[in-house]
Ligand binder design. Structure first.
Ligand SMILES: [Zn+2]
Length: 334
C-alpha cells in the first residue's frame, strides 16, 4: 500500500538524526559516513558499511546485524535500499538520508538486488521519513546529482510508447496519470537550470518529482509513465557490455535515440537532457558498444521479452544509428 513520505529539506536536515530515540543502526558507506561526520556530532549504536547488493549479501544482513529500533540509510541508492530491506524485514522504523539524488531508491518501495549481474527486486516498504540535507548532497560530484533527472526526463519518450501500446495492443492506459506525468516533465523543463547547478531548488525538484512519479506509478501498478524504449536502450547497453553504468548516462542516451526514432520532438528532448546535464554520450562506454547496442536493440528486446514500444513499430536502420552516433561524437568532442 502506498504511503506518502514526510520529507524535510534544509541545509542541515541530517542534524535531526542526533535526536533519534531507541537503538539506532546506520547503514552507509565510507564516503557518505565520513562526510556526515565532518558536519555532525552523532554516534549511533551500530554502523554497517554496505559492500555489495548481491541478493545473498543483503538477505544475510538481518541475521548478522544487531537488533535496532530504527534503521538509518545514509548514502546513495545501495545504502537506502539496504536500509529499506532491513526495515521491511524487521518491521522497525526507518529514516533515509540520501547524500546524492542520482536514483529514485529513497522514494520507491522495492529493493534492487543483483543476481548474476542482473537486477532483481525484493521487499515492499514505502519510505516514510526522508531528510534531504542540501549540504551533504551538494558535496557529491554534480554529474551524479544531475543524473537524477533521467527518470523524470524519460517521461517524454515513455508516454509516447505507453499511448502507442494502448492504441496498437489495447494495453491499459490512464489519461489522468499520463497528464500528471506530463506535468512532472513540464516542471523538470522549467527547473532544468536549477537541476544542472544542483541548487536547493534543483534538489527539491528532483525529490518532489520522484515522489509524485512513485505515487502515480504505485496507484496504477506499472512504471509505464516513466519507463519506455529509452530504458530498453539502458538495459541493452548493460546487457551487451555486462557492465554497470550511471543510470542517468544510459537513460540520457536512450531519450536522445528513442525520441528520434519516435519522431517525437527530438530537438526539444535533446535540449532538455542537455540543460539538465545528463551525459547522453555515456563516457564509460565505447562508441562501438553504443553503436552495437542500438543496432541489436530489437533482438535484445525480443529475447528479454520487454514491453511494447517504438522498437516494435519502427525499424532501427544503420542510417538511423549513424544519425545518433553523430550527436554522441559531437558531444564527446567538446
Ligand atoms: Zn530508470
Amino acid at each position: 500500500m502506498y504511503k506518502p513520505p514526510t520529507i524535510k529539506s534544509s541545509e542541515t536536515a541530517a542534524k535531526e538524526l542526533t535526536g533519534l530515540k531507541g537503538k539506532t543502526l546506520v547503514v552507509t558507506m565510507e564516503i557518505p559516513w565520513q562526510l556526515f561526520r565532518q558536519h555532525y556530532e552523532w554516534t549511533p549504536d551500530h554502523v554497517h558499511f554496505v559492500r555489495d547488493m548481491d541478493q545473498e549479501t543483503v538477505e544475510a544482513l538481518d541475521g548478522v546485524l544487531p537488533p535496532c529500533d530504527v534503521v538509518v540509510g545514509l548514502g546513495g541508492g545501495s545504502c537506502c535500499d539496504t536500509a529499506k530491506y532491513l526495515a521491511w524485514k524487521r518491521g522497525c522504523d526507518m529514516v533515509l538520508v540520501p547524500t546524492i539524488v542520482s536514483v529514485d531508491a529513497p522514494l520507491t518501495n522495492m529493493v534492487a538486488v543483483r543476481v548474476d549481474k542482473t537486477v532483481h527486486y525484493i521487499g515492499d516498504i514505502f519510505p516514510e521519513n526522508l531528510l534531504i540535507d542540501y549540504t551533504l548532497i551538494q558535496q557529491a560530484p554534480k554529474e551524479l546529482n544531475r543524473a537524477g533527472a533521467c527518470d523524470i526526463a524519460s517521461i517524454h519518450t515513455a508516454l509516447y510508447d505507453w499511448k502507442r501500446a494502448h492504441q496498437d495492443t489495447g494495453e491499459a492506459y490512464h489519461e489522468d496519470v499520463a497528464a500528471d506525468a506530463q506535468t512532472c516533465l513540464d516542471i523538470l523543463d522549467a527547473n532544468a537550470e536549477e537541476v544542472y547547478h544542483v541548487t536547493p531548488k534543483g534538489i527539491d525538484t528532483i525529490v518532489d518529482l520522484y515522489r509524485r512519479e512513485v505515487k502515480f506509478c504505485a496507484e496504477i501498478g506499472t512504471s509505464r509513465p516513466e519507463e519506455g524504449a529509452e530504458h530498453i536502450v539502458a538495459y541493452g547497453l548493460e546487457h551487451l557490455t555486462r557492465r554497470h553504468f550511471l543510470h542517468g548516462d544510459l537513460v540520457g542516451l536512450g531519450i536522445l535515440a528513442m525520441s528520434r526514432l519516435q519522431q517525437n520532438n527530438p530537438d526539444w528532448a535533446l535540449s532538455l537532457i542537455r540543460r539538465c546535464g545528463l551525459r547522453y554520450h555515456v563516457p564509460d562506454a565505447s562508441l562501438d558498444e553504443i553503436r552495437r547496442t542500438l543496432l541489436t536493440l530489437k533482438e535484445f528486446k525480443d529475447e528479454a521479452g520487454l514491453f511494447y514500444s517504438v522498437v516494435d513499430t519502427e525499424p532501427i536502420t544503420p542510417a538511423f544509428v549513424d544519425g545518433v552516433m553523430e550527436i554522441v561524437c559531437k558531444e564527446r568532442a567538446q
